[in-house]
Design a binder for this molecule. Structure first.
Ligand code: GDP
Ligand code: IMO
Ligand code: MG
Length: 433
């Protein structure tokens, strides 16, 4: 038995796609368990970039099962476009199977419309969502009116659920937001077209995983977003609408917690955030601009510039605790090359004397008053992108890694020094422990 969960420890875009692609070589099944096409996971292999929004980042390997779990929200149009894109690029390996949970919920056109209308109505107080309809789709799931993949496969059921939803959503769109209503008929025809394409992929993911586990196969769970975008443990309400922490891998894929062996937390060597919300270590100076430029910190989904700042270990420590992280993968260390003095945030302090070192305040009013407490380390100037072992790194780079490891209280199992699959130092493979 060997199951590994990969989660982001910050606000997303930590480099989960790269690490999952790398670990996928040793896995038999790779499973996404939450989120939807708000995610943008980038993989670079021998200079060729692939960006995935829904399909698990194991897809570039042959002889795998790539699964979209019940905890996800699926925009079928985007999923089909992604399948076509991979086929066109000759990047869909012949013996790899793509499996879509019949329990996953569908993103419908009215979800995208409500997402956009609500953001527009919020004005300056907007969340800065990806406007992909993620929140409204999860709302419908929880309020028990959602439409699932299994419904898509039955025209009558789908048509009836669609009719009821459109009635309600049109009331909401027109009366509350002054928007145009949606028309159920073209949606029905459009989605029936998607049903034909997706039918062969639909299955009970939990059952298939159970079989795989019984056959001692290796399972890799791919998180999307990051622990601080989690709807319970993130900077609420500036979060996404799913649980992004490791525990949700079990619910979102249909496996028991007793099946999980290790949890790898991805830590970008600095912090970024897309969209609104508090960010204690954000840099509004030339160092922030430099990190943004060198790290090419643009959202892979919306193309928005990512906000950048110093590494915040309060965030990471909370993620280690809440996700039960057993190993850390540090990414984008190369982006810090050439910065004279590096800072790491080891705690927060408010004017009224409150202190936070291992947990983030729940109350956003308190969070917004938090100021960072930094330690300072020497930077390095050497090019580190060809390092293959920890010993190849300059002394001050190693000190940065050791400091991060000590502050987190969890060992570092991987260091990424460039975007390409091979620009990686693996100190411990979680599947070969
Ligand atoms: P994800 O959402 O966590 O999968 O991360 P994204 O793919 O959205 O963003 C990470 C970006 O950094 C992608 O463009 C990756 O190709 C790139 N990347 C990943 N690891 C490294 C690294 O170690 N160094 C550099 N320079 N880029 C990296
Ligand atoms: P990956 O998997 C970074 C952010 C959005 C917004 C908030 C809510 O690539 O790390 P949503 O559309 O989910 O309702 O938006 O969450 N967000 C992400 N930020 N990386 C992501 O995914 C994100 N997915 C959502 O920018 O602030
Ligand atoms: Mg991303």
């Amino acid at each position: 038995m060997s199951s590994v969960i990969v989660v982001g420890t910050q606000w997303g875009d930590e480099g989960k796609g790269k690490v999952v692609d790398l670990y996928a070589e040793d896995a038999d099944a790779i499973v996404r368990f939450q989120g939807g096409n708000n995610a943008g996971h980038t993989i670079v292999v021998r200079g060729k970039q692939t960006i995935l929004h829904l399909i698990p980042s194991g897809i570039l390997h042959d002889h795998k099962m790539c699964m979209l779990g019940n905890g996800m929200v699926i925009d079928p149009k985007v999923l089909i476009e992604e399948i076509r894109y991979l086929e066109k690029e000759n990047a869909f390996p012949p013996n790899t199977k793509l499996i879509l949970s019949d329990r996953a919920h569908l993103i419908m056109p009215y979800h995208r419309r409500v997402d956009a209308a609500r953001e527009a109505a919020k004005g300056a107080g907007k969340i800065g969502t990806t406007q992909r309809g993620i929140g409204p789709a999860y709302e419908d799931k929880v309020s028990r009116v959602g439409i699932r993949v299994c419904d898509l496969l039955d025209r009558d059921t789908f048509a009836e659920k669609l009719r009821r939803n459109v009635e309600e959503k049109n009331f909401y769109l027109t009366k509350l937001f002054g928007e145009q209503p949606v028309d159920a008929k073209p949606i029905l025809e459009e989605y029936m077209g998607y049903a034909d394409v997706l039918r062969p992929h639909a299955a009970d993911v939990s059952l298939l995983l159970d079989e795989a586990i019984r056959q001692k196969k290796k399972i890799l769970f791919e998180g999307a977003q990051g622990c601080h975008l989690d709807v319970d443990y993130g900077t609420y309400p500036f979060v996404t609408s799913s649980n992004t922490v490791a525990g949700n891998a079990c619910c979102g894929a249909g496996v028991g917690p007793t099946q999980i062996n290790s949890v790898v937390g991805i830590v970008k060597a600095y912090t970024t955030r897309v969209g609104s919300g508090p960010f204690v270590t954000e840099l509004a100076d030339e160092i922030g601009e430099r990190i943004q430029r060198v790290g090419q910190e643009f959202g892979a989904t919306t193309g928005r510039k990512r906000r950048c700042g110093w590494l915040d270990m309060v965030l990471v420590r909370q993620s280690v605790r809440v996700s039960g992280i057993t190993g850390l993968a540090i990414t984008k260390l190369d982006v810090l090359t050439g910065i004279d003095k590096l800072r790491i945030c080891v705690g927060y302090r408010t004017e009224s004397g409150e202190e936070f070192a291992t947990s983030v305040p729940a109350d956003l009013n308190v969070f917004e008053r938090c100021r960072p407490v930094y330690m300072e380390l020497d930077g390095w100037t050497e090019d580190i992108t060809s390092a293959k072992r920890i010993e190849d790194l300059p002394r001050s780079t190693r000190r940065y890694v050791d400091t991060l490891e000590n502050l987190a209280g969890v060992k570092v199992v991987l260091v990424s020094v460039g975007a390409d699959r091979n620009e990686t130092i693996v100190t411990e493979n979680p599947f070969r422990r």
